[in-house]
Design a protein around this ligand. Structure first.
Ligand code: FAD
Ligand code: FSA
Length: 433
């Protein structure tokens, strides 16, 4: 049956980034029968977006990225639900290794070719880098070049999803969290070709005209995605500054180095988040998602919300400390805390997977974030709604299509295949599964 404003629509993972955005765009368009299902209340405690900050800035990895970037920038800047959470500090991408400097030049050329050359500035030496980010120190950045985005910055991520949650509530979107919001299986029609709804952990059957799966890193563990998505974790740690130190770093641009990691200006409590950069960690185990004929090896996320004593592998302590010593040498001796892993799901080509399932009509996927999609929070739901309405433009349909067998999502477009957490000690501090 065709979609009307009264059609019932279920969003599995609606407490997270892509799911909440989808609910928002549906509600803003006047859909009256939208329900979010999630394990945790919005902003879901296990969403990759439940974090103090995320990087905002243009990146042009894939053909449709310009439209997404420009649209996201516009909404983060002007829409009242999002505007308060965009901190336009500027963003410095920088590198010291020759091959990484070549990547920076490549980024610059792509931006110029897309007509966005005016939004960035090439920084050809250490002095001009320090002119833009005076908090950096000269000696650890010898030989570095930089690309400075004056319009970039960071997003107060969990607060922004929370803000979406408030608007959803005002607009009458319905919410179910906990066991009756936790996806277990799809309900299919007898012929096996039409999706009729979702069955949740406590046995509740939710019937709906359309079901959207936006479960982030959990998506390939819930439904068989034929290896199109491989879920991986990345880590971070926090550091506490004194009020005086925090004032010296206030307004500091986000600094990102593809060989090292990145850091953000302190938040309102003087907390600085530091990340390392690497190809991610998988957690393969024998597992049978809905629709898989038998158990197979799937990288299954482990929720930090459910396992709050989990930290990250010992190797991450080394690489995060290295990032601190280069970016923030004066804080080298400070204690790190809140060490954690956060889960995303990569596709082989780093394009999203936003498409109707080829076998189960009325069941839609909105996932494959590939580790860079928080910045799309305000805009991505618009395109999921276009998909539901059948008006998604051909280039987006093509980029986000169902595409098993088209490449290796375990490597994706990263430097190497992800290592597995089973081989890396140090992160696990409870005996529970
Ligand atoms: P999520 O936001 O994780 O949402 C998935 C939802 O599904 C969750 O709410 C979860 O509770 C729910 N769910 C899971 N299982 C079930 C179930 N059984 N039933 C119902 N619901 C379920 N992006 C950027 O743009 N900039 C950055 O600087 C950046 N930094 C990052 C740093 C780290 C350390 C990490 C890990 C990621 C970073 N990202 C960044 C990536 C970004 O966070 C993700 O791409 C994005 O948040 C993914 O959104 P999502 O909606 O697909 O998944
Ligand atoms: O500008 C950005 O999109 C940063 S994404 C941050 C990050 O930690 C990646 O650096 C990492 O490789 C992974 O994709 C998770 O997100």
């Amino acid at each position: 049956s065709s979609l009307t404003l009264d059609s019932s629509i279920l969003i599995v993972g609606g407490g997270g980034t892509i799911g909440s955005s989808t609910a928002l765009h549906l509600a803003r368009k006047g859909y009256r029968n939208v329900r979010i299902l999630d394990v945790y209340p919005i902003p879901s405690a296990q969403s990759a977006g439940n974090d103090i900050n995320k990087i905002m800035g243009t990146s042009l990895r894939n053909p449709v990225d310009k439209r997404l970037s420009v649209g996201a920038e516009e909404m983060w800047s002007t829409d009242e639900t999002f505007r308060p959470y965009y901190h336009r500090t500027g963003r410095l991408d920088c590198a010291g290794k020759p091959e990484s400097i070549a990547n920076l030049r490549d980024d610059l050329e792509k931006l110029q070719a897309a007509g966005l050359g005016h939004t960035v500035k090439w920084l050809d030496n250490e002095a001009s880098i320090i002119e833009h980010v005076p908090q950096l120190e000269m000696s650890p950045i010898q030989g570095w070049k930089g690309l400075y985005f004056k319009d970039g910055g960071w997003l107060a991520a969990a607060k922004a999803i929370d803000s979406v949650g408030h608007e959803l509530q005002r607009r009458g979107v319905q919410f179910t969290f906990g066991a009756s919001g936790t996806f277990k299986s799809l309900i299919l029609a007898e012929d096996g070709k039409v999706c009729l709804g979702v069955c949740t952990e406590d046995g509740t059957k939710w019937y709906a005209d359309r079901v959207v799966l936006a479960a982030g890193a959990w998506s390939p563990a819930l439904v068989d995605l034929k290896e199109q998505c491989v879920s991986k974790a990345w880590g971070y740690a926090h550091m506490q500054l004194t009020p005086e130190e925090a004032s010296q770093y206030a307004g500091c641009p986000v600094v990102y180095n593809e060989d090292l990691g990145f850091f953000f200006e302190p938040n309102e409590h003087g907390v600085v988040k530091v990340c390392d950069e690497f190809p991610g960690f998988t957690r393969y185990k024998l597992h049978q998602p809905f629709g898989a004929p038998a158990p197979t090896m799937v990288s299954v996320p482990r929720s930090h919300a459910r396992h709050p004593t989990d930290t990250y592998p010992d190797v991450s302590e080394v690489t995060i400390s290295k990032a601190v010593s280069v970016f923030l040498p004066r804080f080298e001796d400070k204690d790190l805390f809140n060490r954690a892993l956060c889960w995303c799901t990569d596709t082989a080509d780093a394009n999203l997977l936003i498409t109707e399932h080829p076998e189960w009509q009325n069941f839609f996927l909105a996932t494959g974030d590939s580790g860079h999609s928080f910045k799309l929070l305000p805009i991505i739901g618009k395109y999921v709604v276009e998909l539901l309405e059948g008006t998604l433009k051909p280039d987006m349909r093509e980029a986000w299509r169902w595409r098993p067998g088209s490449g290796d999502a375990r490597k994706s477009r990263r430097a190497a295949r992800a290592k597995d957490l089973a081989d890396l000690p140090g992160w696990r501090h409870d005996p529970f599964n």
